[in-house]
Design a protein around this ligand. Structure first.
Ligand code: C5P
Length: 216
């Protein structure tokens, strides 16, 4: 089973993606970390052509054999730099290909989270969720995760990033995506709602999906 999760920064995609992966016994891939790792590497002087990038078993990006801790990648500076490098077509082409090969790993069961998963990377995913929340709520959540940043700064930076993160099939729900608004919901409530949506989508898509799952 392949679940695609898209939506803007701070909407709750990672928390939800991890929980769904655990619930349904799937691997979890956070594709934003790959864009962050490219931005990190370019800043360190790597060129795109010499950059060797993969993900380890724990979902951490590995650059030239060195795993990059998530804490080092999830900074305000890399929030901005990653969304700038993500506008370069050659970066996107390379990472879309890498993400598709990551999705094929193992038995192919994956929850993949990003901005263009349901539209570009895995257009044939079994279930597509588009997760949103009000900008103010997203900024409040992010301000808690970025020490030193005020709510006002985070709101401004999130809005700028939302603008930069459009194009290339990003931040638009796929025609067959289910939109999930997490405003005012606890992470647990969001997970429960998503589990129900995934189970319903799977029932509606059966028997093809179930037959494929049994065949694995
Ligand atoms: O999800 P996260 O905030 O870590 O992503 C960092 C940046 O990477 C985003 O702001 C976006 O510009 C880019 N991105 C993308 N496509 C994806 C995932 C992330 O363009 N599938």
């Amino acid at each position: 089973m392949r679940i695609a999760i898209d939506g803007p920064a701070g909407a709750g995609k990672t928390t939800l993606g991890r929980a769904l992966a655990e619930r349904f016994g799937l691997r979890f891939v956070n594709t934003g970390l790959l864009y962050r790792a490219v931005a990190w590497a370019l800043q360190k002087g790597y060129s795109l052509s010499e950059l060797r990038l993969s993900l380890d078993e724990r979902g951490r990006p590995v650059v030239d054999g060195h795993a990059l801790p998530k804490a080092e990648l999830q900074t305000r500076e890399l929030d901005r730099l990653s969304s700038e490098v993500a506008r370069r077509p050659e970066v996107r082409a390379r990472l879309v290909e890498l993400q598709r090969s990551l999705a094929r790993r193992g038995d192919g069961g994956v929850v993949m989270e990003g901005r263009d998963i349901g539209t570009v990377v895995l257009p044939d995913a079994d279930v597509k969720l588009f997760v949103t929340a009000a900008p103010e709520e997203r900024a409040r959540r992010r301000a808690r995760e970025r020490p030193g940043a005020s709510f006002e700064q985070m709101l401004k930076e999130l809005k700028e990033r939302d603008e930069r993160d459009r194009g290339f099939g990003r931040l638009v729900p796929a025609a067959d995506a289910i939109v999930l608004d997490t405003t005012g919901k606890t992470p647990e409530e969001t997970v429960e709602e998503a589990v129900r949506l995934v189970e319903r989508a799977l029932r509606e898509r059966s028997p093809s999906v179930e037959a494929r799952e049994r065949g694995r």
